[in-house]
Ligand binder design. Structure first.
Ligand code: E4P
Length: 219
């Protein structure tokens, strides 16, 4: 399972990269705004900074346009920034056309705002590299986000689609573990959810005892 971090915060990306487990970064316009990154030039520069930190990882950069021509224009400019850029396209009608365009040009895409199996099927048909079902936002409206991951896994396996399932809107460590059990190809979440995987009280108690026993025997 690939681990992506869902942030535009450079310090957090550095921390995840230094941990040695980072396979990529996802961003969106809200995450960029949260870091105070505004204006086209600054936004483009920030994507390059992220690419330089995350080395070989795939970096999702989202288009703002909602019409086909605009998405193609913006996506090409984003893809030209760095070879690791993945053009993030919303699941709308013109977005499906843009996914097909980029797929034929060999440019990687991430189809975002996926909330149903039908949307995931369309994105795969159009040749998306990744689809991003937002599991946390489904859970927020009393709908089972993980059930959607299972449904998409079944459909993609039935027809051997190459599109990778990128479980997005991950909120906590159990989301990550359950996505791994189901067989999501990738998860993207906050650094806090990734670091929470480290924790177990028996690990802390066990380490404390080992160190205490060592100290007793090596006074
Ligand atoms: C995915 O690419 C999105 O950036 C993200 O996972 C959305 O998560 P949220 O629901 O926590 O905003």
């Amino acid at each position: 399972m690939k681990f992506f971090i869902d942030t535009a915060n450079l310090d957090q990306i550095v921390e995840a990269q230094n941990l040695g487990i980072l396979d990529g970064v996802t961003t969106n316009p809200s995450l960029m705004a949260k870091e105070g990154i505004t204006g086209q030039d600054n936004i483009m520069k920030h994507y390059v900074d992220i690419c330089n930190i995350a080395k070989d990882g795939d970096i999702s950069a989202e288009v703002i346009s909602t019409d086909y021509e605009g998405m193609v224009r913006e996506g090409e400019a984003l893809a030209n920034l760095h070879p690791n850029i993945v053009v993030k396209i919303p699941m709308i009608k013109d977005g499906v056309k843009a996914l097909k365009y980029f797929s034929e040009k060999g440019i990687k895409t991430n189809c975002t705002l996926i909330f149903s199996a039908g949307q995931a099927l369309l994105a795969a048909k159009a040749g998306a590299t990744y689809v991003s079902p937002f599991i946390g936002r489904l859970d927020d409206v009393s709908t089972d986000g993980l059930a959607l991951i299972e449904q998409i896994r079944t459909i993609y396996d039935n027809y051997m689609f190459d599109t990778e399932i990128l479980a997005a809107s991950v909120r906590h460590p159990m989301h990550i573990i359950e996505c791994a059990e189901i067989g999501a190809d990738v998860m993207t979440g906050p650094l806090s959810a990734i670091l929470a995987l480290l924790n177990h009280p028996l690990t802390d108690i066990g380490l404390e005892k080992f160190l205490a026993d060592y100290a007793k025997g090596n006074k």
